[in-house]
Design a protein around this ligand. Structure first.
Ligand code: ZN
Ligand code: ZN
Length: 422
C-alpha cells in the first residue's frame, strides 16, 4: 500500500523521535522493543517502523536491539482451541528476557498497533482469566522497572483494523493513511526539526507541572456533567509531565505523544462521582457509558452501559484496583483532541482529555519516594495494585479547582482550558 511520496521520510522522522526523544538511547545501551503482556507484543504489521527504529538505534550506538514479536491472532487461536485448564500457563521466558535487558541497563519500549476490540468476540471469562495470568506474571517485570528505573516508552503505529474502528466510514486504506497522518502530526514528526519541537513542548508542559507543584493544593475538584469528584493529594506531591529522567540522569519521554501533567492522588481521600467522557478499551474489550462513585478513596458503586462484567472484574482484581493511582490534566485544545477522533486507545485518548487511573500509583508523583518500601509509599497515600487503567473524564465542559490548605479554591481549568498562565 502507498501512503504518498513523503511517507517514508515521515516514518523515518517518527522513528528518530522514538529513538532520540522517547527512549533517548545512549551508546552501548540495549533496547528492547515489545512486551510479554497479553496483547502488548510487537505486531508484524509494524515491521517497517521497527526496522527503522532498529537502524537509528544502532546508528546512535545501541549495543543490541531485541524485538519481541507477537500476534493477537495466535492468542485468539489459543483462547478458542486450547484446553481451558491450560490457560494459566504463561511464556515466562518472554518476561525473563525483558527483565534481563532492564537489569543490564537497557531501555524498553512498546509500539501499540492493535485493534482495540481485538478480543471482544472471545469468551469474556477466558479473556479475563488470561488477562489475570498475564498481569500476575508481569509483577517481577514491574518491580524490575521500579528498581532499575530504565528509560521506557509507549508509542503507537497505525494498523488497518485500528484505523477502521476509528474511522468506520472511510475505506480501510484511506483510514490507515489518515491515522498515520494524525500520528505523525501529534508526535511532531511533521515539524522541520522534530527534536527541537519536542524540547519546546517539554519545556511548556514542565512549566505547567511546576506551577501546580509549587501551589501544593491539598486536593483538586473535577466538576462537569455527571462529575463532581474531589481528589485529595498527598503532602509533597509532584505534578509530573513532559519528560522523565532515568536512574542515570538521562532524560527520556515515556509516552509519545504526551500532553498531560499528572500526579499521585491520596488513595484514601477521593470522594464523589465521576462519569467517563469516552469509552475505555481494556483487555481488547470496550467499556462504555460508565460512572464510578468513590467514598474515602474506594469505589463503592459503579454503572456501565457496556462492558459491565469486565469493569466489575477489573475493580476486584486486588485491594488497590478500586482506588485511584493517577490524576491527570490535559487541556481540551490538545492536538490530539483537535483531531476530533476517538481512538479507543489509552495512549491517544488520555492525551486528548483529563483522566484518572484506577490502580497502581507512580512513585514520581510523590517527592523522594523512588527508594521507599511499598508500605512507606502507602502510608504517604500512594496506591498499590497489579493494574493501572486510565479512563477519560475531560471535555470542554469540565472544570477543575485547586483547593488550598485553608479551604479556599483557585481556578485551574475552565471549560476544558487552562485558567492560569506560565
Ligand atoms: Zn496519564
Ligand atoms: Zn496512566
Amino acid at each position: 500500500m502507498s501512503y504518498g511520496a513523503n511517507f517514508d521520510q515521515l516514518l523515518t522522522k517518527y522513528a528518530e523521535v522514538i529513538v532520540k526523544v522517547g527512549v533517548n538511547i545512549q551508546p552501548g545501551q540495549e533496547l528492547f522493543i515489545g512486551s510479554p503482556a497479553m496483547g502488548n507484543g510487537t505486531s508484524f504489521e509494524v515491521a517497517t517502523l521497527v526496522r527503522k527504529i532498529t537502524q537509528i538505534a544502532y546508528q546512535e550506538g545501541a549495543s543490541l536491539v531485541h524485538v519481541l514479536w507477537d500476534d493477537d491472532e495466535i492468542t485468539k487461536i489459543r483462547m478458542q482451541y486450547a484446553d481451558p485448564s491450560t490457560l494459566d500457563k504463561f511464556e515466562k521466558w518472554r518476561a525473563d528476557a525483558m527483565i534481563a535487558c532492564v537489569e543490564n541497563d537497557g531501555a524498553v519500549m512498546r509500539i501499540y498497533s492493535n485493534a482495540p476490540d481485538t478480543f471482544s468476540a472471545m469468551d469474556p471469562d477466558v479473556v479475563a482469566k488470561m488477562q489475570g495470568v498475564s498481569t500476575q506474571h508481569m509483577i517481577p517485570y514491574r518491580e524490575a522497572i521500579g528498581k532499575y528505573q530504565p528509560s521506557w516508552l509507549v508509542t503507537a503505529a497505525a494498523n488497518p483494523a485500528w484505523a477502521k474502528m476509528i474511522m468506520p466510514d472511510l475505506p480501510e486504506d484511506q483510514a490507515t493513511a489518515k491515522l498515520w497522518e494524525v500520528i505523525f502530526k501529534t508526535c511532531r514528526a511533521t515539524e522541520d526539526d522534530p527534536i527541537a519541537a519536542w524540547q519546546t513542548h517539554r519545556d511548556m508542559v514542565e512549566a505547567r507541572g511546576k506551577y501546580m507543584t509549587d501551589k501544593g493544593y491539598t486536593a483538586i475538584r473535577y466538576y462537569g456533567p455527571g462529575t463532581d469528584l474531589t481528589v485529595g493529594l498527598p503532602n509533597n506531591h509532584i505534578w509530573a509531565g513532559g519528560g522523565s529522567v532515568n536512574k542515570h540522569g538521562i532524560p527520556f519521554v515515556a509516552n509519545i505523544p504526551t500532553e498531560e501533567i499528572f500526579t499521585t492522588p491520596h488513595k484514601d481521600r477521593v470522594n464523589g462521582t465521576v462519569t467517563a467522557t469516552m469509552p475505555l478499551s481494556y483487555s481488547g474489550t470496550i467499556i462504555d457509558d460508565f460512572s464510578l462513585t468513590f467514598k474515602d478513596g474506594v469505589v463503592v458503586d459503579f454503572k456501565a452501559g457496556k462492558g459491565h462484567k469486565i469493569l466489575s472484574e477489573m475493580l476486584k482484581r486486588d485491594e488497590g484496583a478500586s482506588r485511584l493511582g493517577e490524576a491527570a490534566i490535559v487541556p481540551h485544545s490538545s492536538p490530539i483532541s483537535q483531531s476530533g477522533l476517538l481512538f479507543y486507545n489509552t495512549l491517544y485518548d488520555e492525551n486528548a482529555a483529563c483522566h484518572i487511573a484506577l490502580g497502581n500509583a507512580y512513585r514520581v508523583g510523590i517527592k523522594n519516594t523512588n527508594e521507599v518500601s511499598k508500605e512507606e509509599f502507602a502510608a504517604l497515600g500512594g496506591n498499590h495494585s497489579m493494574i493501572h487503567v486510565d479512563f477519560m473524564i475531560g471535555s470542554d465542559k469540565v472544570n477543575i479547582d485547586g483547593i488550598c490548605a485553608d479551604g479556599s479554591t483557585e481556578p485551574v481549568l475552565r471549560n476544558g482550558e487552562w485558567a492560569f498562565e506560565v
